[in-house]
Design a binder for this molecule. Structure first.
Ligand code: MOS
Length: 758
């Protein structure tokens, strides 16, 4: 309807705080996560994983394990190697291979699968398999002997060259030239990595927590050489993902193979420690940042080079220079990303995949520049703010970075900050205040949706989207309620199943923008048909009205003069049954083949920094107070504030939680989180959630979230930018900058620990 073109939803549900429609199911245990599915006569798988990081398997002794009662099968490369290809990665290239050959690529690689009548027997049998290896010396990470470094291949990644950054840096009046690092991190979703497979008449059903069921289906079809139509993937609820359940990993196809071999359903629930090596993680990064500026603070040169660890066979990388190159006005920009191959499992997305590790160095360097200039760090950002993408020259669809800084600074009380490091003290505590910018591209994908209006006036929405805990079911319900003039409680939503209309992945903060547009489109089609039927009927109250003038509200169709008819009555004018609409939405910037690609499992994503008309980003400003104990150097974070401008907020209630969760995660990333690697064995040491530290309630005090209103009709028709990632983006740097302000010490590698300050 006309209102959509202007990006103004006509209904009342959009933008109102709405409790989760699936909240009751979740707290009463009725929400079924994939491994909860009750399946007939299940068998249980236990993964055998490699005890070395590099080399090959020379022999398996399976006899002892196979002789145990209840053991049904043990898969190794020797008996199944040719049955499945390795999965393809979304970023291109292969994930590390597993049962295809005797080759060991990383510690904890899947080298066998034991299948038994019970989980306990499978686990015990796995311990009785004796594996013989030929071991080579592994290379663990940056600087290990034997790592291969390559400049990432062009075409896949754009290295930006604007002006002449080298010359401008050499000539700059004020310079920052510093190196930074971020560590290996693992998502550790509470729900473990699980896969359940059932074959029936040559058709395969997979229950697996997934951020992209169509993608998983497409990948498994290729791996097993099957038709897409013969595979169904179901993932209705997901107990945390954060990127770790986005791409296909090796286990899925092999569990399918196992189920085919034993001719019974097979269920795998991998252990917590196995989750560190059979799924993805955030690889460690290194950065070299050079900033040149004039005395007045204007940037004259920006050079950002990054290095990322990946596995031997994969070229996976996140490449956040796409954001850091375009954050500030600067006439001379040079970026470069290098990947470093080590004997490690293949990394993947993790919350705010590129921008969490890449914005940390830039936003610390900006703080260092402000200190050198004797300038307030917010003022430095104001001087370098821009409404034009400095790389492409395109306008930003909307950019309210400085509004975020102003609102955040006001809430935080930034004006009271004494800029001298170490100057603010409270007894034995050194107090530091730091800030940083946050940014995340506004991404949106092609997606379909089906909406059915029932005779009762209730509606059902079907879309193969994914609720990874963010509140996606509720967002879909809000959108349909808004368009149809219903309450969110009158909408039932089905998601997470390839039997439903194809939807793109829940990642890259794209899901809300993606699903709302498809749902709105299907609802608009319903509205149109119902409105036309209502005005065409001779006896109705709306006879002769202009159908496009009708509003849908409180289960009624209402004319501008106040005449109205109930939705149920209007529906009956078309059909005594249910009315259904199916719509596909291909956002601006994507080609018409987007839906076909999506169906195949390739996510058709229009990325905020890849468009030809505008550059579309959400922006934010983050503020942190740290207290560093004078004697023990313990670091506390009594308060954080984040202000974000991310277009229209569909559900402020769940949005608040997303922002807050992102900020708290940032606290953990800055001060606690690290996967420790034993460099001799290229092995993760703290592969459990006892030793992998994350913040608890006692670590998190005041967290203020400010949602800066923003209208943006350029980003997409509904003006939705997405919020899942941006909350974490600036926190690392804000904390490091606050630690400097408290202590005068610049800590440029995360996490910042007591020993860094002693
Ligand atoms: Mo998100 S880390 O892009 O799944």
């Amino acid at each position: 309807m006309a209102a959509d073109a202007k990006g103004v939803p006509a209904g009342s549900a959009f933008g109102k705080p709405q409790p989760r429609i699936d909240g009751r199911a979740k707290v009463t245990g009725r929400a079924l996560y994939p491994s909860d599915e009750a399946i007939p006569s299940p068998t249980y798988a236990f993964l055998l994983t490699s005890a070395i990081a590099r080399g090959r398997v020379t022999r398996f002794d399976l006899d002892e394990a196979l002789s145990m009662e209840g053991v049904l099968d043990i898969l190794t490369y020797e008996n199944v190697g040719g049955e499945a290809k390795p999965p393809e990665q979304m970023s291109g290239g292969q994930a590390t291979t597993t049962l295809q050959s005797d080759r060991i690529w990383h510690d904890g690689q899947i080298i066998g699968i034991v299948v038994a009548d019970s989980y306990e027997i499978a686990r015990e049998a796995a311990f009785r398999v004796h594996v013989h290896y030929e071991q080579e010396t592994p290379s663990a990470t940056f600087g290990s002997p034997g790592v291969d470094e390559e400049v990432r291949k062009a075409g896949e990644h754009k290295d930006y060259h604007v002006g002449n950054a080298e010359a401008a840096f050499a000539a700059a009046e004020v310079k920052v030239d510093a190196r930074y690092g971020t560590p290996t991190q693992h998502h550790n979703p509470i729900e473990l990595f699980t896969t359940t497979c059932i074959w029936e008449n040559g058709k395969l059903t997979i229950w697996e927590p997934s951020q992209f069921v169509y993608g998983l289906r497409g990948n498994v079809a290729k791996q097993l050489g099957m038709d897409l139509e013969d595979i169904r993937v179901i993932s209705k609820f997901i107990g945390g993902a954060f990127g770790s359940k986005g791409g296909a990993t090796a286990r899925t196809a092999w569990i399918a193979v196992a189920a085919r071999r034993v001719n019974r359903p097979v269920k795998l629930v991998a252990t917590r420690d196995q989750g560190f090596t059979i799924a993805t993680y955030r690889a460690e990064t290194r950065h070299h940042v050079r900033l040149g500026a004039a005395r007045d603070g204007r940037l004259t040169a920006l050079r950002h080079e990054g290095w990322e660890v990946t596995s031997r066979p994969s070229e996976y990388n996140v490449s956040g220079t796409e954001t850091t190159a375009r954050l500030y006005a600067c006439p001379n920009i040079l970026t470069k990303v290098n990947i470093v191959h080590a004997d490690r499992n293949t990394p993947g997305f993790m919350r705010a995949p590129p921008d969490t590790p890449y914005m940390f160095p830039l936003e610390c360097a900006m703080d260092e520049l402000a200190a050198q200039l004797g300038m307030d760090p917010i003022e430095l950002r104001r001087i370098n703010d821009t409404q034009t993408d400095p790389v492409t020259g395109l306008p930003f669809s909307s950019r309210n970075l400085m509004t975020c800084f102003d609102r955040g600074a006001e809430r935080f009380g930034w004006a009271d900050r004494d800029p001298r490091p170490g100057s603010m003290q409270d007894g034995d505590w050194l107090v530091g205040w730091g800030c940083a910018s946050a940014a995340y591209p506004a991404n949106i994908a092609a997606t379909a949706a089906r909406v059915t209006l029932r005779p009762s006036g209730h509606a059902r929405v079907q879309i193969a989207g994914h609720d990874i805990g963010t509140g996606a079911y509720t967002v879909v319900a809000i959108m349909a309620a808004d368009r149809l003039g219903l309450d969110a409680g009158q909408i039932s939503v089905e998601m997470g199943d390839t039997a439903l209309p194809p939807a793109s992945l829940a990642a890259g903060s794209s899901h809300t923008a993606t699903v709302t547009h498809a749902v709105a489109k299907a609802c608009n089609e319903l509205r149109d048909r119902i409105a036309r039927a209502a005005v065409a009927s001779n006896e109705g109250a709306l006879a002769g009205c202009d159908p496009s003038s009708l509003t849908f509200s409180a289960s009624r169709l209402i004319a501008p003069d106040g005449a109205s008819e109930s939705l149920e009555e209007a529906l009956k004018r078309i059909t005594p049954g249910a009315l259904e609409a199916y719509a596909e939405n291909i956002p601006k910037g994507l080609k018409p083949d987007a839906m076909a690609n999506l169906y195949q499992g390739k996510p058709p994503m229009s990325r905020g920094h890849g468009r030809e008309d505008v550059t579309a980003y959400a922006f934010g400003a983050q503020f942190v107070e740290v207290r560093v104990h004078r004697r023990t150097c313990e670091i506390r974070v009594p308060r954080m504030a984040g202000a974000f401008a991310a277009g229209r907020i569909v559900n402020p209630l769940t949005a608040h939680s997303q922002y807050m969760g992102g900020m708290i995660w940032g606290l953990g990333a800055a001060l606690l989180e690290v996967t420790e690697i034993d460099p001799r064995h290229a092995r993760y040491v703290n592969d459990n959630i006892a030793e992998y530290h994350i913040p608890v309630n006692a670590d998190v005090c005041q967290v203020d979230v400010i949602m800066v209103p923003e209208e943006d009709s350029e980003v997409n028709p509904l003006g939705v930018k997405g919020i899942g990632e941006i909350g974490i983006v600036g926190v690392n740097a804000a904390i490091a900058n606050a630690v400097w302000h408290a202590t005068g010490r610049r800590i440029r590698a995360l996490p910042i620990r007591i020993e860094d300050l002693l």
